[in-house]
Write a protein that binds this ligand. Sequence first.
Ligand code: 6PG
Length: 470
Amino acid sequence: MQNSQFGIIGLGTMGRNLLLNIADHNFSCAGYDKNADQVNLLNQEKENRPVQAFNSLEQFISALQQPRSIVLLVPAGKIVDDVIAELEPLLSRGDIIVDAGNSYFKDTELRAKKLSEKGFHFFGTGVSGGEEGARKGPSMMPGGDKKAYEILKEVFEAIAAKVDDEPCVTYIGPGGAGHYVKMVHNGIEYALMQLIAETYEAMKKGLHLNNAEIATVYKKWNEGRLQSFLLEITADIFQYKNPGTDDFLVDQIKDQARSKGTGKWTSEESMELEVPAPIIDMAVSMRNLSKYKWLREGVAARYPGEVKSPVINDKTVFLASLESALYFATIITYAQGMHLLYKASKDYGYDLNAAGIAKIWRGGCIIRSAFLENIYTTFKKNASLEHLLLDDQVQSIIQKLIEPMRDVVCDLTRAGIAAPALGSALNYFDSLRTKNMPSSLIQAQRDYFGAHTYELEGKEGVFHTKWTGA
Ligand code: 6PG
């Protein structure tokens, strides 16, 4: 068998699963990996699907139909450049390379530029959904040359997750746009995970619920307006016991969160473009803080201040408020992410379609949730909306959540239970609805100590004052 329609380089878990997904949709596929074990694994898994597995790059390349479409599923960073360098001499003009890893969008911009000068197309493509998504249908965010996307479209639409029969993939924009949108997806992912973790802390330390009870709460929440993939897996986690024992695995896992960096990039980008996304910042900071176990133990010993008990008088009322608080903060998180996309769309000339992005995030990806349907309809109605909080429907939802949100943040603060992302969501909201911020004082201070000047309400120009009168 020769002439495969599609090629995959990197036959690790993600690569093999994506390849089998493509083959299941009757596209012939060739896979290549340097590591012979991965090639053998694919040979065992392929059964009678139209799949060829290679350990030689040259053989792999000559088994592909032209123009070639080759998807890289290799770790982000230098390896992507190394693989491209190996590939280049074997390719022909018009061939397409798709980088489906979590590459940094600025690297993607550079690679796309260099490769297009040589006559190749490069697609930085965000792929979300983990192992299961790759196998059964991910959400895909391809960015690159719009015309060349027509060649990929059929396969991508076939293998992507579907919501209401519509594929969770759409052309995102030029250059690094696909990886940019995936980066913001991950920033949102970090924030939502941190928010859920804070509700866990509240239930565990504030209400003294056990794991089974916590699982029941998450399951119930997941049946309502908060329905999401992350809540669904969270409920599962609180039910999982080590096989043959009564021990919950979650209780044995170290409380030190790791990360590969996409959340940090989102925060850095929000600073770069001056679009505040403090819940994402906080989520990144809390992962970092979690790593300082020794420091936390030292400080905990000095400031024990056990959680005041009973913190919360009415469990049922508190749980209802906590659900509202999580919903409130979830909405604000998406709003911050979409706001960043709004600015990036203009600053980088990506011309992003906010409705299209919300639409493909409704299925397959890690941040899929019921609320994405609202975001989709909101931007479909008004494509140029700057911020979700300016939408009537979102406004009416948020208004009902403000009071319980405040109750939760107050209760947890009084109890000494940390809820930094929940608190950040509320403070962002309160700042955003402030017509006159205290930033006038900051301007005065800057002018006082550094003669940085200030502007005045209702008067043109910049001014400086000798504040001591001297
Ligand atoms: C996805 C995820 C995935 C990401 C992991 C781990 O959309 O499928 O975002 O791409 O790699 O979630 O990310 P961290 O290691 O940074 O937590």
